[in-house]
Design a protein. Structure first.
Length: 364
């Protein structure tokens, strides 16, 4: 599948930071404003959602979808519970291939799972998977899968994190190509703190376990990049001492790195922009599947966080307000780190691979 964009009309939506009374953190000291160019919006792979993305050693990007047939598929055609695709090219002229699962895929799979975090390190792809145990107990376990052949086949570790431990939907912080420009040799995994099956949500066709978690707490684990597959190599953030992080092996001693009384979504994304030297975290707030987008930034993986955008109706006037998951594609950042591609998905009309260009407005 090939995508080429010709931009003729420029439609800029200035998304001024919403200084809501409920905004959980003060405004960013680096990003003054953010713009989205809706003339660049494309929607592909109808019926396939999620799309966490990483930049691999072969200079291609790999992204994971849930349900649907991936690129060139539909909600029914080539439908896979989980699939991996490869993107080749630039943001305005790229080709997409189904690597593992989906319609006309290079490799088939029958796995029942979902992923909200994938990363390439030293030529190996790793992804966190929420495993479907039964129809009544979905995403109870989160496991790591890994591939040494760019997604053609996957193996799983024999351990997991569980919702009983208060952990759901892990994601992993992405850096540049094949983990270049990482600030140390550790891999950082963000863990949504499970609070409730029901949540505050009231969207149409609500699924109880796909809801905004209130109060919103996000935990942080780290592991050396050479020990990603070893469970006891993981340490958890336990606060700070003189602004230095404290790490503990005891999960019960963990403390959140991010908090929002309005809640956090059941899926999050974190990536490091090496040109702006900021970590960016995206998540929902208040209620899921409503376009309630929060973008936050920090100088370190554990914070302190500040607010780039706190929107209650992201995309209003351009798309239906049912988006729920947003990812920055680091390969498609401009050289100064200001112009970006945001990959997003949602329900119904936005249940697909969506891309839009945007810009961080800074003083740099």
């Amino acid at each position: 599948m090939s995508v080429k964009l010709s931009i003729i009309i420029l439609l800029i939506a200035n998304a001024t930071i919403v200084y809501s009374q409920n905004m959980p953190y003060p405004p960013s000291p680096v990003v003054n404003n953010i713009e989205f160019d809706w003339s660049t919006h494309i929607s592909l792979a109808p019926g396939s959602d999620n799309w966490p993305i990483t930049w691999a050693d072969d200079n291609k990007q790999y992204t994971v979808w849930g349900d649907g047939g991936g690129f060139d598929g539909t909600n029914k055609l080539g439908r896979s519970s989980i699939g991996v695709a490869r993107l080749e090219g630039n943001w305005d002229d790229f080709k997409a291939f189904n690597v593992w699962g989906g319609h006309n895929s290079e490799n088939n799979n029958n796995l029942i799972a979902k992923s909200y975090g994938i990363i390439s390190i030293d030529g190996i792809l790793y992804m966190w998977c929420g495993m479907f145990q039964t129809d009544e107990d979905q995403f109870d376990q989160a496991k790591i899968a890994y591939s040494d052949n760019h997604g053609a086949t996957w193996e799983f570790v024999d351990w997991n994190f569980t919702r009983e431990e208060g952990i759901m939907m892990p994601t992993v912080c992405n850096f540049d190509k094949n983990y270049e420009n990482a600030k140390d040799d550790f891999v950082y995994t963000y863990l949504i703190r499970f609070q409730s099956y029901e949540g505050p949500d009231n969207y149409e066709d609500k699924v109880d376990w796909l809801n905004c978690q209130k109060p919103g707490l996000i935990d942080l684990a780290r592991v050396h990049k050479d020990s990603i597959l070893v469970q006891n190599a993981y340490s958890f953030f336990g606060g700070t001492n003189n602004d230095k992080p404290i790490w503990t092996k005891n999960l019960n001693e963990r403390l959140p790195v991010f908090e929002n009384p309005d809640g956090v979504g059941w899926s999050i994304n974190v990536s490091y922009n090496s040109k702006l030297e900021r970590y960016f975290l995206t998540t929902e707030h208040t209620e899921s599947h409503r376009g309630n987008l929060g973008i936050f930034d920090a100088p370190e993986p554990w914070g302190p966080w500040t607010t780039v955008l706190y929107d209650n109706s992201w995309g209003e006037g351009f798309i239906p307000l049912n988006t729920f998951y947003w990812n920055f594609a680091n390969k498609w950042l401009s050289k100064d780190g200001k112009n970006f591609s945001l990959i997003f998905t949602g329900r119904k009309e936005n249940d697909s691979f969506n891309q839009i260009r945007g810009k961080f407005i800074t003083d740099k």
